[in-house]
Design a protein around this ligand. Structure first.
Ligand code: DGJ
Length: 763
């Protein structure tokens, strides 16, 4: 058991040989954090780590002669108003208008395994041996409420998960105005705060800033999702921590709605990390007998740099957050018709695209937006989940069977949480919209948010879409969501409960996911929100892959996928080869580079292959063959290493290494071409130093232009383009793969790339 309680010193030590987390019950009954970091040898008493000294202007809320002041104490779950002037983890409004509470230790429980947080998503265990849990119960006498702080430590990973639960036993009504999931305190401020931020089509760029005194925070107030602006993740890294060495603490929030993640540095240089549901417009009423469960925070500690932190998140989230049939499986290679047709299609056009897809080896055809109601543009139709028979005379059932007869699986797009005012659904239920009566209802993409905080709305949508699925042959669903919430207000909810609406909305989304994944367990779900505005762990619990971004340009994708990989595994990242010039940026990149980037994700195509030339179709066939051979390594088995950051220069590189270190694939990408460039060395990671490897890469003309035109530019085309050589793992990691920029120059233009396949061979 990796959790011990030392009775005499009242110290809990959670440890697994990789990480230690030490909590003490203080004299005032509240909880103090004594240590979080690299594993410590256990001992009876760590209380010397408590720091306490008299300071002027100190507020002390224990009887004299105590000098214990909460402002200088590293607390586990700080409260408001009793001498700590930093941000609290929670705040409870009571009937007398007071927010003062005093939660003191009453009991604890240590057990093997981990409790389910359903209906909330959370990481889980498959056997009780995989983790141990500590639940500490605190009690506030005046309100008669329990607060249960829960900590799980995984046996094999430096991972701790945390959540809090309020159980109200008293007779007065209380209101939780703030109920974060975790608060973690660090001794000093010598850290950089790292987070992922962006906007539509440039999601999850890596941002790093030195911590400074005061509050630095990221958040979502989008209502419907975690958002493209900020991801529910932050990390504290030491200034000298790199991808491959140094300390970093990751905090990832398993939730898909409004969140707050902040670092607060006191004027005594202590750093407090807070994470949870955003308190803004949150007020959760608790009556006698009711309880509130916060979502989970997943904390990863690494003393081997950012790559190690990410690899731990990847493995944990792939195997103990994702669930269901697809959890351990490599993903089908798909073709999605969105950028091929947008709304302009009929059955014949779709079948034509599907036929060509089948010919090149694609396995799954996905019909995107535009198949239902009067949906010929984005002004109308959302909410009418029955097929548009003018476009598809045999319905989705007929089309799905025809696609299957071609030898492909069939997938379908939906956007279940939304409605256009021009729809039968809106005309029948105008009061089902989120919005305040007599106030303007802001619109976005001409659509409105259905009130998923109401069960009858979720029930209705479930019945409509389940009917389509039951009648058809559907193997995959892309669940889209294309707007943020405005005027958050539920029309049939009491005034005093309006602060519950946004969390209830997310619970409604989770409920619908639960119903659909339960009734259709074989279906592969991909979540999506205007590209990647809902790339969060909460979603991955229900849908094991997410559309990473609407930006399908290969060069932009190096940044987006690099940033996303900080937390999320490659198998969760929807990545497609699309047409050139690219629809978002109008940039032209080669077919090879587009695939070389998309391989490091779920891999698929998003274009009409009928429009490609024969020589391109030959390449596409080779790409699909390659992915079929390597997807198990890339998506399921391998560890991902970031090698060169696109946020720091002209190049990007990354690689995947199999668990047994026998196989690897590495991608190298340049942004702009250079004339008369120098050689560079690409240093690999994760290989076995003493093993001999064969490295092969294809230098085939990596250009989007015609061979004839290439000749006029003086670009050489060689017959045998595959180069191979052998080197030991130590050479590949410490001396590196020499890359001749001139070779890139002679063979390519801007945005060229190389893909290396590395296989262990015998001497
Ligand atoms: C936004 C998604 O990100 C796109 O991939 C596409 O499905 C459109 N919505 C369809 O409306």
């Amino acid at each position: 058991m990796s959790i011990v309680f030392h009775e005499k010193s009242k110290v809990f030590h959670l440890s697994n040989g990789q990480v230690s987390y030490i909590i003490r019950i203080m004299e005032n009954g509240q909880l103090e954090n004594l240590y979080y970091g690299k594993s410590l040898k256990d001992r009876e008493d760590f209380s010397y780590l408590h720091e306490e000294s008299m300071r002027s202007q100190m507020s002390i809320n224990s009887p004299e002669p105590s000098i214990l002041s909460m402002h200088y104490t590293r607390q586990e779950y700080p409260s408001y108003g009793t001498g700590d002037y930093r941000s609290p983890a929670f705040s409870i409004l009571q009937e007398n208008g007071s927010r003062i509470v005093n939660y003191v230790y009453t009991a604890h429980d240590i057990f093997r395994g981990k409790k389910d947080l359903a209906p909330l998503p959370a990481t889980y265990t498959e056997s009780d041996e995989e983790a141990s849990t500590l639940e500490i119960t605190l009690h506030d006498q005046v309100t008669d409420t329990d607060l249960v702080l829960s900590y799980t430590i995984y046996e094999d990973y430096p991972v701790l998960t945390r959540n809090a639960r309020f159980i109200h036993k008293g007779s007065e009504k209380i209101v939780l105005e703030r109920a974060l999931s975790a608060s973690v305190e660090f001794l000093d401020m010598d850290y950089e705060l790292m987070h992922l931020s962006g906007a539509w089509s440039r999601e999850r760029y890596v941002k790093t800033q030195k911590l400074t005194t005061g509050i630095q925070a990221i958040q979502s107030l989008n209502g419907t999702c975690s958002g493209a602006e900020f991801n529910p993740f932050l990390a504290l890294k030491r200034p000298h921590t790199t991808e491959s060495q140094g300390e970093v603490y990751g905090f990832s929030f398993v939730y898909s709605g409004n969140f707050l993640a902040q670092a607060e540095v006191s004027t005594f240089d202590m750093t407090r990390i807070s994470m949870g549901i955003n308190p803004e417009d949150f007020a959760w009423e608790l009556n006698q007998g009711e309880s509130f469960q916060t979502p989970e925070v997943v904390m990863v500690y690494s003393d081997q740099g950012l790559n190690k932190m990410s690899q731990i998140y990847h493995r944990l989230y792939r195997t103990r957050l994702m669930r269901g049939t697809w959890r351990d499986q490599a993903r089908p290679i798909l073709l999605n018709n969105w950028e091929a047709t947008y709304f302009d299609f009929d059955e014949e056009k779709i079948l034509n695209i599907a036929r060509k897809a089948r010919e090149v080896g694609v396995e799954l055809f996905v019909l995107d937006d535009g198949w239902f109601g009067a949906r010929n543009d984005d002004y109308r139709g959302l909410g009418d989940w029955y097929v548009n028979l003018e476009k598809l005379p045999d319905g989705i059932s007929g089309l799905s069977r025809k696609v299957e007869e071609l030898g492909l699986k069939f997938g379908l797009w939906v956007e279940l949480e939304m409605v256009n005012k021009d729809s039968d659904l809106y005309r029948a239920h105008p009061d089902w919209l989120i919005g305040v009566p007599d106030r303007f209802e802001s619109h976005a993409r001409h659509q409105h948010v259905l009130d998923f905080s109401r069960k009858e709305v979720v029930d209705h949508i479930y019945e409509m879409i389940a009917k389509v699925i039951r009648e058809s042959s559907i193997s995959y669903i892309k669940w889209d969501m294309n707007r943020y919430m405005t005027e958050p207000y539920s029309r049939n909810t009491e005034a005093s409960q309006q602060g519950m609406v946004m969390h209830r909305y997310i619970l409604g989304v989770y409920d619908l996911y639960t119903r659909l994944t339960t009734e259709f367990p074989e279906i592969l779900f991909e979540s999506c929100a205007s590209g990647g505005a809902r790339f969060d762990p909460g979603m991955l619990y229900f849908a094991p892959q997410t559309w990473t971004s609407d930006d399908t340009d290969a060069n932009e994708r190096t940044k987006i996928q690099y940033g996303t990989s900080m937390v999320y595994p490659l198998v969760s990242m929807g990545s497609h080869v699309s047409a050139v010039p690219n629809h978002q940026l109008h940039r032209t990149t080669s077919l090879a580079t587009r695939a070389n980037v998309a391989y490091f994700g779920t891999f698929g195509y998003e274009l009409d292959l009928n429009l490609l030339e024969d020589r391109e179709i030959k390449k596409v066939k080779k790409q699909i063959q390659f992915m079929k051979e390597y997807r198990e390594l890339i998506q399921v088995d391998g560890d991902f290493y970031r090698l060169i950051s696109p946020f720091e220069g002209n190049e990007t590189a990354w690689m995947v290494v199999s668990q047994d270190k026998k196989n690897a694939v590495a991608g190298f990408y340049q942004c702009l071409n250079r004339v008369n460039g120098s050689w560079i060395r690409l240093k690999l990671q994760g290989l076995c130093e003493d093993s001999l490897y064969e490295i092969s890469y294809d230098t085939e003309l990596d250009t989007p232009i015609e061979p004839a035109l290439a000749a006029t530019y003086g670009l050489k085309i060689e017959k045998d383009t595959v180069k191979t050589y052998k080197a030991y793992g130590s050479e590949l990691m410490y001396a590196g793969i020499p890359i001749d920029r001139n070779l890139l120059n002679n063979k390519s233009m801007d945005f060229s790339s190389l893909l290396f396949v590395i296989k262990q061979v015998s001497e």
